[in-house]
Design a protein around this ligand. Sequence first.
Ligand SMILES: O=c1ccn([C@@H]2O[C@H](COP(=O)(O)O)[C@@H](O)[C@H]2O)c(=O)[nH]1
Length: 275
Amino acid sequence: MAAVPIWTDLLQTRSALCLGLAPSPKWLEAWRMPDDVGGARRMCATVLEAAGEQVAVYRIQAPFFTRFGTAGTALLRDVVDGVHERGSLAVLDAKVCDADDTMDSYADLYLGPGSVLRGDAVTATPFMGFGSLGPLLRRAWDSGTLVMVLVRTSNHAAGGVQCAMTGSRTVAQRTADEVREWNDEHGVAAAAVVGAAPGEARDLVARMPSAVVELPGLGRAGRDTRDLVAVAAGAPGRAVLPVTTGVLRHGPDVAALEASIATWRKEIGAGVPAC
Ligand SMILES: O=c1ccn([C@@H]2O[C@H](COP(=O)(O)O)[C@@H](O)[C@H]2O)c(=O)[nH]1
């Protein structure tokens, strides 16, 4: 079973770089823009202008938009449209978690051309059990979109849960195996977030041979770009490398942002070739 072609095509032609759109209070203040919908709109327009058609995927931090209520939700939809106008894909980072028909409602909001926000992927946490993701995964399959399952996350508190043993596997390994099983049995709709040290990340990525894998950490203190690129090389044509801080700190100057995006693309190697 191969990774989803539209993702592979874009990741190969534009590079694995995934740009974070995060109009948080912190970033709006740093950019000297008001912490309101107008400021968030200007910040996103500036990033999209700088990126042009260089970027394959955007990771859009949904809560930084929805915190503004209905106007923020409308802005989020406009930003997804702007991403699509540049031929790019939009991951809505909302980290949803629930079961049964509540998951269908998340799909109505986030996933695919018929949804409110028209995302190409949504992040989801499997904490209610992998099976609880079933309705969302089925809707992703039906709409040609992806559910990015949090297999392993990079935040400090994560290890206590995700590295706990369940039989002979860690919870993260078991979740990775469940991602593979779902894709093998139903078709590729499960993707994964893998925020781990290189050795663990390599193992988890290898357990999910058909999944698009988001590998966070680029541009963070203490993370070596070469390590991330090496892990991405184990997932040719399906690795996504998000960067937020590493680009936004150059804003709001468009030329500086553009230069930063170009530098990151060069550093990660423009596109990891598929088999
Ligand atoms: O394992 C994960 C998964 C997602 N995140 C998110 O990333 C941003 C920070 O992005 P940078 O590119 O590192 O600046 C953070 O707000 C999370 O929402 C993560 O940190 N770890």
